[in-house]
Design a protein around this ligand. Structure first.
Ligand code: PLP
Length: 416
């Protein structure tokens, strides 16, 4: 559908905040990736077709039959208590030990990020993220006018020495760091996992410099190999247990269409978050929360996770081996042990935004790297999502991308 261009008469009325709610020039290109003829490595779309729709239908019928009026009504702003009891069981599998009173459900984790930005960030406040970091989080922090400091990531996660230096510097300048935002497991977008030593160090630094860690863990249960590493939340057991706010979502464990996420936080923070929920959405969908409750009440949910893992790990393998076979020397990529994403670095004289334009012409899409940095670094980097396409299309798409990159390198060298 072509975009209708209309003059905006109301520019003078917008809040300052809207200036920071930036749209990206690649959005139009990426919107093409929804077309079935495009091989999409762009969105992190879970394979919801692997779910049993019969089972989901059964849950919804049961809810409407036994609890219909309540499930279609407004509900409490802090979330559906029986679901919280189930979420406690789910989180226990990842070593997070908590109680219903310390949990609030949200409309997906994106809502959680918005709520946390709302209650912590004044314009100009400093926060720290990984660099690269999840675009949705950067957008949320930016829209509340935060000053974002990105700390580089290597194959073991955020660089803790640089983090320490930065925290020291901020302290010297009297700058308060409102929080450190991390995706420690198979990060979006880098695919890397923060080591245990670094998790301990980040926690130690957060305590020393009196700040909070937002630990965003949507992918932790989707580990394909190796032993899981304790969450930072789990490590925060000594002493006061108050430096970590833990975020999770059903988007990758069930389906993003339900829009259910949750936050575990110390009680005083939760009270503020609840006020945020009341002023934004009133309450999370009662129906969605009940569907999630039914899902976790059926022991088959863990089989679904195994099915998801098997699908995604095969797709990861297909992408890694195709990269190995087709990509030219001088390109590098991460090797995730779970989750959805591979991070790609190509020759520094190439620009992945330009490559995207060519790729889309050749019916392949991915996300250029600069959108994952607060300061537009990462021009020769990109995120490749392997979760969406089947293995044959992954192999085909990677071969096409490799061809485009090789052509660009040849062209560049011909001018030298
Ligand atoms: C790291 C991270 N946090 C939050 C979200 C938002 O998830 P939700 O669908 O729960 O809003 C995503 C979605 O891809 C994500 O990758």
């Amino acid at each position: 559908m072509s975009k209708k261009i209309t003059f905006d008469y109301w520019k003078h009325l917008y809040s300052n905040r809207t200036k920071y709610m930036v749209s990206s020039e690649i959005r139009d290109l990426l919107s093409l990736s929804a077309r079935p003829d495009i091989i999409s490595f762009s969105g992190g779309l879970p394979e919801v077709r692997a779910l049993s729709f019969e089972r989901l239908e059964k849950y919804i019928r049961r809810i409407i039959k036994t609890d219909g009026a309540v499930s279609l009504q407004y509900s409490g702003s802090d979330g559906y208590y029986p679901l919280k009891t189930k979420l406690i069981e789910v989180m226990k599998l990842e070593g997070v030990d908590t109680v219903e009173e310390d949990i609030i459900t949200t409309t997906g984790s994106q809502h959680a990020l918005d709520l946390l930005s709302k209650i912590f960030i004044n314009p100009g406040d400093v926060i720290i993220t990984e660099a690269p970091s999840y675009t949705g989080a950067l957008n949320s922090f930016n829209s509340y006018e935060a000053k974002i400091t990105g700390i580089p990531v290597d194959e073991h996660g955020i660089d803790v020495s640089i983090l320490e230096e930065k925290l020291k510097e901020f302290k010297k300048e009297g700058v308060v760091v409102k929080f450190i935002y991390l995706v420690p497991n198979f990060s979006n977008p880098s695919g890397v996992t923060l080591t245990l030593e670094r998790r301990k160090k980040v926690l130690e630094l957060a305590k020393k410099y009196k700040t909070i860690i937002l630990e965003d863990n949507p992918y932790g249960m989707l580990r394909f190999e190796g032993r899981s590493i304790p969450t930072i939340k789990e490590l925060d057991i000594n002493g006061d247990n108050r430096n970590v706010i833990y975020l999770c979502t059903l988007s990758k464990l069930l389906a993003p269409g339900l829009r259910i996420g949750w936050i575990v936080a110390p009680h005083p923070i939760l009270e503020k978050i609840i006020l945020g929920v009341q002023s934004t959405i009133l309450c999370v969908s009662a129906l969605s929360q009940r569907i999630a409750y039914e899902y976790f009440s059926d022991p088959s949910w863990q089989e679904n996770i195994e099915r998801f893992k098997s699908i995604y790990s095969k797709r990861r393998d297909a992408m890694l081996s195709s990269l190995e076979e087709n990509f030219p020397r001088g390109t590098e990529w991460s090797r995730p042990v779970g989750g959805f994403f591979i991070w790609l670095k190509i020759q520094d004289f190439l620009n992945t935004k330009e490559i995207l334009a060519d790729a889309v012409r050749n019916k392949v899409a991915f996300v250029p790297g600069s959108g994952f940095y607060a300061d537009n670094r990462g021009l020769n980097e990109a995120r490749l999502a392997y979760c969406t396409e089947d293995t044959d299309r992954i192999k085909k798409g990677i071969k096409i991308l490799a061809g485009i990159i090789k052509e660009k390198i040849k062209l560049y060298k011909s001018f030298k």
